[in-house]
Ligand binder design. Structure first.
Ligand code: ZN
Length: 90
């Protein structure tokens, strides 16, 4: 299974040793490429997500992608039900 580009909304394959596909790599400014790489390498996930979001915004991919919340109402309901269920187990 090919690895997919880190940029949200981009579904291009990337090389295993890179975070971005060739298209995004060529279009993004160096500081964003480095930000994505370093945040991932250093496991700073909030920074990584933020850098990816900025990359998508820069490439206008977030507008092209269908607008959807990161957590669907159904998923939020499941999470809440699970929390309540775990609490009743105490
Ligand atoms: Zn890409």
């Amino acid at each position: 299974m090919p690895s997919i580009c880190d940029v949200p909304g981009c579904d291009h394959a990337r090389r295993r040793n890179q975070r971005l596909c060739g298209r995004c790599f060529g279009r993004l400014p160096g500081e964003l490429r480095i930000a994505i790489n370093e945040a991932h390498h250093q496991r700073r996930w909030p920074d990584w997500r933020e850098a990816r979001r900025r990359a998508a915004t820069f490439l206008n991919l977030d507008r092209a992608a269908p607008a959807r919340p990161t957590t669907s109402p159904q998923r939020a309901y499941e999470l809440q039900a699970r929390m309540l269920g775990e609490r009743s187990d105490l």
